[in-house]
Ligand binder design. Structure first.
Ligand code: GLV
Ligand code: GLV
Length: 312
């Protein structure tokens, strides 16, 4: 058996799988869609990254595919319905990155409130000349309202952290999760009452562009938005306008609408922290994600079972 792995991941998959009779063709992490479509021919499975678009063209060219193992929790890069029609399992890497991603969301929240990235640039520029009453003023986090958009595992883990900062927690999502100390509200209430909004929803046709200028205008002028989920939940041009005109105060952003391209307008603003899609980026978590991918490949190709992290 053979699989295509579009990028090295932090496990020696080649030796781990070769002992089971599975050969790995290794990509360089920057394969184009066309290259993937070509290399996937004759492969029984693929381990891919969230940057790899596994659409109909790719799936149709992988006539022997039995499993698509995404090295990510989000899977908006994959046509999971077509895969299902063709009896191909699609798997992700849930759970292991929940706390890691929530940590990043909360880091961005605190860093946005206290302008940490700006402050670092300020000191390096040589602008710090001794303590001043009005230097680098930010805003408090404790006692403020945190609105969580998408209350799945990661959203709930962000809420747990917020409790430690004595925040009031409100959220929107598919349903009331009945979690102590967290209030289920409608979207308009979330926009109106939140001092901070953390985006933790998955991207789909319904959630795409949930935040446009219309929503920014309904938020507090002092509001801070944090996105560690998917860039296209926000219309990026509108975010740039809202930050530039101070319709909202600040943003902490880890994911981009047209990744890896970043809107030029955002790059020129001071009131935003920009991170390079690093929610799950710890040594421990990236290794655990790799283990799940290997486990899923084994379950399908060797044990002929439905893998536990199957999403379709
Ligand atoms: C990262 O964004 C992931 O979906 O794992
Ligand atoms: C993803 O892990 C989520 O459910 O938030």
């Amino acid at each position: 058996m053979k699989i295509l792995q579009t990028s090295p991941i932090p496990l020696d998959t080649k030796s781990l799988l070769s002992s089971l009779g599975i050969e790995v063709e290794m990509g360089n992490g920057m394969m184009t869609k066309e290259e993937i479509a070509e290399s996937i021919k004759g492969k029984d499975g693929i381990i891919c990254l969230l940057r790899d678009k596994i659409d109909a063209d790719v799936i149709n060219s992988g006539a022997d595919l039995k499993i698509i193992a995404n090295y990510a929790v989000g899977y908006d890069n994959i046509d999971i319905n077509l895969a299902k029609e063709k009896s191909i399992f699609v798997t992700n890497t849930p759970n292991v990155l929940t706390d890691t991603t929530a940590d990043l969301a909360f880091s961005l929240l605190l860093s946005s409130a206290r302008r940490i990235a700006e402050a670092d640039r300020y000191v390096r520029r040589g602008d710090f000349h001794g303590w001043k009453p009005d230097e680098m003023l930010g805003c408090d986090v404790n006692g403020k309202t945190l609105g969580i958009f998408g209350f799945g595992r990661i959203g709930q883990a962000v809420a747990m952290r917020a409790k430690g900062f004595s925040m009031r927690i409100i959220y929107t999502g598919s349903e009331d999760k009945n979690i102590e100390g967290c209030e289920f509200v409608d979207f308009e209430t979330l926009l109106r009452e939140s001092d901070f909004i953390s985006l933790n929803a998955s991207l789909n046709e319904k959630s795409r562009h949930s935040f446009t200028i219309r929503e920014f205008l309904r938020m507090k002028r002092s509001a801070i938005i944090i996105n560690t989920a998917r860039g296209a939940l926000i219309k990026e041009d509108d975010l740039a306008e809202a930050l530039e005109k101070r319709i909202i105060r600040y943003a902490g952003i880890d994911v981009y609408e047209f990744e890896p391209k970043i809107n030029e307008k955002l790059l020129n603003l001071e009131n935003i922290i920009l991170a390079p899609h690093m929610g799950s980026a710890t040594e421990e978590t990236r290794k655990r994600m790799a283990e799940i991918c290997i486990e899923s490949i084994k379950e399908v190709l060797i044990n002929k079972r439905r893998p536990s992290s199957c999403v379709n």
